[in-house]
Design a protein around this ligand. Structure first.
Ligand SMILES: [Zn+2]
Length: 96
């Protein structure tokens, strides 16, 4: 998107230019997350571990084994344990 940021008085509209760059960065980040989700990679930040008795509070945990972790933000991906969930998230945000 090319836009002319020069205003009528000849000055440069920096606020508008910065806002456009910010929007472009946000759109790129959204596209990156969407591409990962399309590959089946969970990019969500909310999960719940199945314990011996918490299925009574969240029936979605019923199919899981105790210790497995469910993404509770929509994709429903199941991880073997909390460490695997955390590792998956650190991998896509680039944290070692
Ligand atoms: Zn997810």
């Amino acid at each position: 998107m090319m836009r002319n940021y020069e205003m009528e008085d000849g000055s440069w509209d920096m606020d508008r230019e910065h806002a456009d760059y910010e929007m472009a960065e946000l759109e790129a980040a959204g596209n990156r997350l969407a591409a990962l989700e399309k590959k089946g990679i969970c990019t969500h930040g909310s999960c719940q571990e199945r314990s011996a008795d918490n299925v009574k509070y969240n029936a979605d945990l019923a199919p899981l084994k105790v210790g497995e972790v469910l993404c509770t933000a929509g994709c429903g991906k199941v991880f073997a344990n909390h460490d695997e969930w955390q590792d998956a998230h650190f991998a896509f945000v680039g944290v070692e």
